[in-house]
Each structure stands twice: as structure tokens, then as C-alpha cells.
Design a protein around this ligand. Structure first.
Ligand code: NAP
Length: 445
């Protein structure tokens, strides 16, 4: 591996990289099948990713014709790695076993270890025989939509594919490894003005938010619209804020501390609600919601922007959905991609049907959407909300931070990159975007 790393660092030619042998094992972050019941009976918050995420050598699988090996310079923590590490709502070994039954190539994924991670930035080391548009030595980033291109149902919008999966969550050999395996149709160019860790954090969250508030498949924002964004300084929220601003809309960002509020304002989000300070009590007990508290949120929004919101960017789920449906304008849309606080949702349907509102489900993004979202990163019109960087040996600590909502934006993970700030090749564009703008989340964290 050290030969490969030296070659990548030296910017070696494709011929040199292609001549280096691929090791039979790779250092990786994984959970173990034997551990899948280790947290049974515990409260979710007590389940500790530091106990279930291991860093060590695992065998590297053979490359399928449509795949590439990537030397991963940096990766990131997504909430799905938290879900995998606490075996909630399901153990991800079930996903791997199902994939294992699909084909001989699928069988490689059904192992007793699950290499996690759904983001990466790095360099292509090998291409499978069917790969056309990418070559050894290309500097890439990735999106995590893992699609079977021989499945007819994936040929309109690939997110509708019947066996669509998320790489590194529902597949093995994810991005938190020295060498990762990706399908060629996951690859995208790395932004030249960003470091490895800045480039690595975007794939999953940026693409998700793009589909939710830019793509016609979600609830595309138009000029003058107002959008309530829960968790606006979190992983997906911080991209949503930028897309709403870029579209000429007005984001109203919800956060839970004055520090996060200051960070959002620096990002350009003028209207911010601190939910902790407001102390909304949307639920008066486990079974009863409080319409007067929904009304209080609506009043606060009107107080800030003079109107109700056209769109709500939803993902906390059970704790906020009732309020989200209530505060959306007549004819507006609640676009949701998650349910962090619980997926058994309750809202007052009268507010939905009588005011002709729509709840729109959204999940990750297809290749076209991910590519467009990556282009915004490449052009510098969307900046990565990188707030902290961990090395691979401390990935459990990083996942713990995300699990307990002690982070902002995105946490990057150095994999083969030995320090921060490496991998930048377009200093002119970096200066144009501005160091200050690129480091908002790091400075406020
Ligand atoms: P994140 O970085 O942890 O940010 C989520 C933010 O939501 C937190 O920072 C927190 O902000 C806010 N929040 C958490 N619990 C809340 C509650 N009960 N009420 C109100 N706000 C709450 O996570 P993320 O990466 O943005 O992901 C958010 C969710 O989306 C996760 O469940 C993740 O699995 C899911 N997701 C789904 C997809 C998909 O394709 N379907 C893609 C990406 C993420 P404050 O404390 O500051 O308010």
C-alpha cells in the first residue's frame, strides 16, 4: 500500500499506477456480523459506534467489469454509518445477504464484515474491462447511488430502480477504506480547488439536498419562495440553505444554538430560528401533539419573513412532522428524506387536504442529479460545510459526534491523505471562492 500511496502523492502517471500490484487486503472501517446483537435492548442513545466500528485489514474483492478500485484519500461520516454502527433500524448484514443472492458479483458483498462509508475522494487505481469514461490516475469523487443498469425499472429515474442501493450502507466495500470498490457510474470529477477532505464530504448530502430542493423530482424552489429548513447547519441542511439562496429563495434555517445561528448567517441565511431558545413543545406527551405550539412556530416564521413557507425541508421526522405540515402554506410542499427522531409519523390530515398541501418523499439522487450537484461544488457556487476532520483510526469518535448531534455540517475523515489541506490544484478558483467562505464551518465549530 505504501508504494501506491507514494505514487499517488507524487502524481504518478497512469502507467506507473497501473503497474503497481493491488494488495489482497485493505485497511478499512467495518462492523462485524457477530456483533449485530451487541446493543439489543439498549436505548438508541446508549448504543456506542466506538464499540462497533473496527479499523483493520479485510480482504479486497475482485473487480467486476463495470467497477474501479479507488485509492481513497479522504471520506466522511454520514448518518447512515451511524445507523450501521448501532444496528438500527436493522442490521445492514441483511442488505448484504440480499445483494449476495442477486448475482456472482453480488455474492462478493455477503461477508461477515461490512466496510462502511458512502463518500470518497481519491485516485483511480484500476478500471474493470467494461469501464469507458474513466481511466487509471483520474482524480475523482463519488456519489453513492448503486444502480443495476440491467434493471429496466432504473431507466427513467434510477432512484426508482427496484434494486437501487446506497453504496457503503446497503453494499460492502464502502468509502472508509484505503481501497474502495465503486461502480464506474458513481464517479464524478473532484473539485480542483478543494482539498481531499473538503471534496470528500459532499457526495451523499449535497446530492440528497439537490434532489429535494432543486430537481423536479423533489420540491424545486423558485425565486421569491420561502423555505423552512430543519437542521439547517447539519449535513443535508447546510447544502439546502445554499441551494435555496442560489435559486433566489429565502431560507428560514432552524438550529439549536446561537453558534450555529451565527454560522448560518455567515453562509447568507438571514432568517434563523433557534429551536432550543424557543423551546417548542410540539408533543405534550408521547401520544399527544400540541397545535398551539405548531401555531407558535408559524407565528415566528411570519414574524421573520412576513408570510408562511412554500416548502418545508423535513428530516427530523416524528418530532417535527406535525408542525411542518401545519406551517406549510396552502398548496405548499413538505419534502422529506428521513426520520431521525422516529419514523412513525403523526400529523393532522385536515391541514393537509383542506389546504391542498403535498408531502413528497425523496431519497438520495440519481446520477444526473448527483452530477449537477457536484458541478455546483466544482464551480464553487456551493461550498462544503466541513467542520471537523478525524483520521481513520478515530472514525468511531467521529460517528459518536454525529450520533449525539455534537457536530455541525460535515465531518471529514482522512484516509490515505496524511494531513489536511492536500490535493488542491486550482488555487486561482480557491482564491475566487474565498478562503473565508470555504472555512465558515471550521471557524465556527
Ligand atoms: P446531521 O448532520 O446530524 O443533521 C441533522 C440536524 O437535524 C441536526 O444537526 C439537528 O440540528 C437537526 N435535528 C436532529 N434532531 C432533531 C429534532 N428532533 N428536531 C429538530 N431538529 C432536529 O444529519 P444529516 O446528515 O443532515 O442527515 C439528517 C437525516 O437525513 C438523517 O436521518 C440521515 O440519515 C438522513 N439522510 C437521508 C438521506 C436520504 O437519501 N434519504 C440522505 C442524507 C441524510 P439542530 O440541533 O441544530 O436543530
Amino acid at each position: 500500500m505504501s508504494e501506491i500511496l507514494d505514487a499517488v502523492r507524487a502524481g504518478a502517471s497512469a502507467e506507473t499506477l497501473a503497474s503497481l500490484p493491488i494488495p489482497p487486503t485493505t485497511r478499512a472501517v467495518f462492523v462485524r456480523r457477530e456483533d449485530e446483537h451487541m446493543f439489543d435492548g439498549m436505548a438508541s442513545t446508549d448504543k456506542d459506534p466506538r464499540k462497533s466500528l473496527h479499523v483493520g485489514e479485510v480482504p479486497l474483492a475482485e473487480l467486476a467489469p463495470d467497477e474501479v478500485y479507488v485509492a481513497v484519500m479522504a471520506s466522511s461520516i454520514n448518518f447512515n454509518t451511524v445507523w450501521t454502527s448501532i444496528f438500527e433500524p436493522l442490521s445492514t448484514f441483511g442488505f448484504l445477504d440480499r445483494l449476495g443472492k442477486e448475482s456472482i458479483w453480488g455474492k462478493r458483498h455477503a461477508q461477515d464484515f461490512h466496510v462502511v462509508g458512502s463518500d470518497a475522494a481519491g485516485v483511480i487505481l484500476r478500471t474493470g474491462s467494461a469501464v469507458r469514461n474513466w481511466k487509471v490516475g483520474d482524480v475523482v469523487t463519488a456519489h453513492c447511488n448503486y444502480v443495476d443498469d440491467q434493471d429496466p425499472s432504473s431507466h427513467d429515474d434510477s432512484m426508482l430502480g427496484s434494486n437501487q442501493r446506497i453504496w457503503g450502507f446497503e453494499t460492502n466495500y464502502g468509502g472508509l477504506a484505503d481501497i474502495s470498490i465503486l461502480k464506474a457510474n458513481q464517479l464524478m470529477p473532484k473539485a480542483a480547488h478543494l482539498s481531499w477532505e473538503e471534496a470528500a464530504v459532499n457526495g451523499l448530502c449535497n446530492s440528497t439536498s439537490y434532489r429535494m430542493v432543486v430537481s423536479p423530482n423533489g420540491a424545486p424552489v423558485t425565486q421569491g419562495q420561502k423555505v423552512l429548513i430543519w437542521g439547517a447547519s447539519g449535513g443535508i441542511g447546510s447544502y439546502a440553505v445554499q441551494y435555496v439562496l442560489n435559486a433566489g429563495g429565502t431560507p428560514i434555517g432552524v438550529v439549536s444554538s446561537p453558534e450555529k445561528a451565527a454560522m448560518l448567517r455567515e453562509l447568507g441565511c438571514e432568517f434563523v430560528i433557534d429551536r432550543k431558545e424557543k423551546n417548542y413543545q410540539f408533543w405534550s406527551d408521547e401520544h399527544t401533539q400540541n397545535e398551539s405550539e405548531w401555531r407558535r412556530l408559524g407565528k415566528d416564521i411570519r414574524g421573520l419573513v412576513g408570510d408562511d413557507v412554500d416548502i418545508v425541508f423535513e428530516h427530523p421526522g416524528r418530532s417535527t412532522m406535525g408542525a411542518s405540515v401545519f406551517v406549510t402554506k396552502r398548496g405548499g410542499t413538505i419534502v422529506t428524506c428521513a426520520a431521525t427522531s422516529g419514523y412513525m409519523i403523526e400529523y393532522d390530515n385536515r391541514h393537509l387536504w383542506m389546504k391542498l398541501k403535498t408531502i413528497k418523499g425523496s431519497h438520495f439522487a440519481n446520477y444526473r442529479e448527483s452530477w449537477a450537484a457536484n458541478q455546483a461544488i466544482v464551480a464553487g457556487t456551493v461550498v462544503p460545510p466541513l467542520s471537523a476532520v478525524f483520521d481513520l483510526d478515530h472514525v468511531g469518535d467521529a460517528a459518536f459526534e454525529v450520533h449525539h448531534n455534537r457536530h455541525e455540517g460535515k465531518i471529514g475523515v482522512l484516509v490515505l491523505a496524511e494531513s489536511e489541506g492536500l490535493g488542491i490544484s486550482d488555487h486561482e478558483l480557491r482564491a475566487k471562492v474565498g478562503e473565508d467562505r470555504l472555512t465558515i464551518f471550521r471557524r465556527h465549530a
